[in-house]
Design a protein around this ligand. Structure first.
Ligand code: GAR
Length: 206
């Protein structure tokens, strides 16, 4: 049995696709969803999927009660606190998957899960990566630069934004008339068709 922790900040379409992909597989389990955004639709998805939700924030205690009532939050942690990686360790997590998660991963977590944290980025890194390049901002920049292609990059996570070793890339052709929304739609299809399968392959190699 391989155990996944999925980190989210936004809509959670990747979370949904990963959960659906592995649902029929008794050898893979998503043991928790970790969110840093109390308004993320991904939190609702976690609840609907029946996966325990862990909230991260810097004032965990003060917001505990509010979050508990909203989403059945199972735990809250300060992201910078070692207690958080200890908790993930106690869940026997094999692989941490950042699926639209926007905070920089702290050193204690990198140390606790060496080469076991991966991220998906909606562009062909090293292009359009780094701080500030996330979600729609990436697609807007791609269109502004009249790129003929974009794509996805799945990579290991290190202490810097979008710069760890690349595991997988896939490109898609863009047309001159594509808007940022059109690019987003194309990238979404690439994510759906590739991210769960790449995770599956990686899990088999662990
Ligand atoms: C995805 O397109 C993902 O590649 C991107 O955020 C989106 C999250 O969508 N990630 C980044 O930009 C990371 N820098 P989702 O919440 O619907 O899965």
């Amino acid at each position: 049995m391989k155990r996944l922790a999925i980190f989210v900040s936004g809509g959670g379409t990747n979370l949904q696709q990963i959960a659906e992909y592995f649902a029929p597989n008794p050898d893979v389990k998503i043991v928790c969803v970790v969110s840093n955004n109390k308004d993320a639709y991904a939190n609702v998805r976690a609840k609907k999927l029946g996966i325990p939700l862990i909230m991260l924030n810097s004032k965990a205690k003060a917001r505990d009660a509010e979050l508990q009532s909203q989403y059945d939050v199972s735990q809250t942690f300060d992201f910078q606190d070692n207690a958080f990686s200890d908790y993930l360790k106690s869940l026997d997590v094999d692989l941490v998957v950042l699926a639209g998660f926007l905070w920089l991963v702290p050193q204690h977590l990198l140390d606790a899960f060496p080469m076991r944290i991966i991220n998906i980025h909606p562009a062909l890194l090293p292009k359009y990566g780094g701080k500030g390049f996330y979600g729609h901002h990436v697609h807007e920049a791609v269109v502004a630069h009249h790129e003929k292609e974009s794509g996805i990059t799945i990579h290991y996570v290190n202490g810097h934004y979008d710069s760890g070793d690349v595991i997988f890339q896939k490109s898609v052709a863009l047309s001159e008339t594509d808007t940022a929304d059109d690019v987003a739609a194309k990238i979404h299809i690439l994510e759906r068709d590739n991210f769960p399968a790449v995770i599956d392959k990686l899990l088999k190699s662990l």
